[in-house]
Design a protein around this ligand. Structure first.
Ligand code: FE
Length: 196
């Protein structure tokens, strides 16, 4: 297993965030890079694809040292789902393995949350975006009741440290900071096992 697809992705996104950009520009530029990364499923280390019996896992794969972006593997055990939540920054979700379903939410008159549009089920290789300007509140679940699913997420901040919110359908919200499930990140920099 080679880390080079992930390293190539990290290098490409580092170049992109280093240039002046608007949010639509960065989403349009990072999206194809993420699509390229999830077009193959031979690079994610097994320890960063392990489900937990009770909780979905968020493993940090890379954090930009200036916290301009972060890359996470999201690992769903059978039937697991998030609460309704937001991100506060731009994010891109690329499906690597299995399938996940995302239901967007928006505020209705009176301040309640209501489902907005149809739920979207991502297939391996597909990418979708979230952000405060294009729709930031959703609930995500493993579309599979009997298998693990894995998606790769990129966010415009160190997402595990971002102060954000979970929501109840009555529109009330609670603060949360997600943190990460792992204590060490993949070694992207050992090139000794790669072909020259
Ligand atoms: Fe989300």
């Amino acid at each position: 297993m080679s880390n080079s697809p992930l390293r190539d992705f990290v290098v490409a996104v580092t170049h992109l965030v280093d240039q002046p950009h608007t949010e639509p520009e960065i989403l349009a530029a990072v999206g194809p890079e993420l699509a390229k990364l999830v077009a193959r499923d031979d690079w994610l280390p097994d320890e960063l694809a392990q489900p937990h019996p009770q909780f979905y896992r968020q493993y940090l794969l890379h954090a930009d040292p200036l916290e301009r972006f972060s890359v996470v593997s999201f690992v769903w055990g059978p039937g697991q789902r998030t609460p309704i939540h937001d991100h506060q920054v731009w994010g891109l979700i690329g499906m690597l393995r299995g399938q996940e379903t995302a239901q967007p939410f928006g505020f209705a008159a009176g301040g309640r949350l209501q489902a907005q549009g149809d739920a979207v089920t991502l297939q391996p290789g597909q990418v979708e975006a979230v952000s405060p300007s294009i729709g930031d509140i959703h609930q995500v679940s493993n579309a599979w009741a009997d298998h693990t699913s894995v998606s790769i997420h990129v966010y415009g901040a160190n997402i595990g440290a971002v102060h954000r919110w979970t929501y109840a359908e009555d529109g009330s919200r609670k603060p949360f900071v997600s943190g990460y499930s792992n204590t060490s990140v993949p070694n992207l920099w050992d090139r000794s096992k790669e072909n020259p």
